[in-house]
Design a binder for this molecule. Structure first.
Ligand code: KG4
Ligand code: ZN
Length: 344
């Protein structure tokens, strides 16, 4: 079975074809970052309009590059939520119409399920059950995964997600949007011993996260230290704050991962979502799982951030069991992942 996947939940247009025999046979992502950069964040209406512009030519190119014709596609999967309503509507309407025209089923996919299953596109895949740490711009979640569709939420962010905290702190430091990769690069030049930021919610039991205080801590540190720094010390100050911030986020995530793995007795930890591209985090989680006698799994960097491949794969998993939508389509801008486990 070959499934076309379409991702348009935010600021990336992603298209891909997953083949149940040959695996991922083609994928392309168009990032709208340059479009939104001057506004310091995603402008929803611009995002929707750009998805409209990109989708049809990207799919045509994908089919040409993979040597496939429409008759060789057996289903179309699209991101139905969570995400920006207008952006989701573009992908959903396009996918539903295409599937109708091609006479194949269409299925709406939960964006975070896509991220969660993305490591399955690699050669070394985790066996079930496993623990997944999902760290994206909008979500930070620890999930126990019993099987495809069997998700138990172990903990999640009560305020800012890890990626959001990276982006907001990067903004404070005058770095562009999205700030995660830029902040991480700056942190490489930072002194790890100059500042120590808190590790939020690690002093009490539980697996929930709270990262908004870290951003405030970064702001206070920045204001206090800027006031007493000379002009040529500012660059190093920013790098030191970036380092302290990244270390605090990575340490906090690792502490909670350890707890989740110990609590569930799992030997595999999956990490996915944009922040899982962070090298410091990956190295830390690798060490943690080696200590615990297990292994960490994550997608290649390009499949950590938003892409169509993860949607095509999740779509195949749903279509193969006979799930698909009717002729109408709906989107769910807010869609708790817990609802998936309950079949909603
Ligand atoms: O999964 P994703 O592409 O989109 C959402 O579903 O939100 O995640 C985007 C987030 C952004 O907040 C971005 O700053 C963050 O992932 N990110 C990173 C890195 N690469 C992307 N954060 C820290 N370090 C990175 N290397
Ligand atoms: Zn995402």
């Amino acid at each position: 079975m070959r499934v076309l996947g379409i991702e348009t939940s935010c600021d990336e247009t992603g298209v891909a074809v997953y083949d149940s025999t040959d695996g991922l046979i083609g994928h392309a992502v168009y990032s709208q970052i340059p479009l939104h950069a001057e506004f310091g964040g995603v402008v929803p209406e611009l995002a929707s309009r750009d998805h409209v512009r990109r989708l049809a030519p990207m799919i045509a190119d994908l089919l040409r590059d993979t040597g496939l014709n429409a008759a060789q596609i057996d289903g179309v999967a699209y991101t139905a939520g969570p995400g920006l309503a207008g952006a989701l509507l573009v992908g959903a309407a396009f996918a539903r119409s295409l599937a109708w025209a091609w006479g194949v089923p269409a299925v709406g996919i939960h964006h975070m399920e896509g991220h969660l299953l993305a490591p399955m596109l690699e050669t070394q895949v985790p066996g079930f059950p496993f623990v997944a740490l999902l760290v994206s711009g909008g979500h930070t979640q620890l999930v126990r995964v019993g099987a495809v569709g069997d998700y138990e939420m172990l903990g999640e962010s009560l305020d800012d997600a890890a990626g959001e905290a990276f982006d907001k702190t990067a903004k404070l430091l005058g770095l562009g949007y999205p700030g995660g990769p830029a902040l991480s690069a700056l942190a490489q030049q930072g002194d790890p011993d100059r500042f120590r930021f808190p590790r939020p919610m690690t002093d009490r039991p539980g697996l929930d996260f709270s990262f908004s205080g870290l951003k405030t801590f970064a702001l206070t540190t920045l204001q206090q230290e800027t006031a007493r720094a000379t002009r040529d010390q500012i660059g190093q100050l920013h790098a030191d704050i970036a380092r302290a911030f990244e270390d605090a986020v990575v340490d906090t995530l690792a502490i909670k991962c350890r707890r989740a793995v110990e609590q569930t007795g799992s030997k595999a930890l999956v990490m996915a979502g944009g922040v899982s591209a962070n090298r410091t985090l990956r190295a830390r989680v690798d060490r943690l799982m080696a200590d615990l006698g297990g292994r960490a799994y994550y997608p290649r960097a390009e499949l950590c951030t938003d892409n169509g491949a993860m949607i095509a794969y999740a779509g195949w998993q749903r279509l193969r069991t006979g799930q698909h939508e009717g002729l109408g389509f709906g989107i769910r801008p807010r869609w708790p992942m817990q609802a998936l486990a309950a079949g909603r």
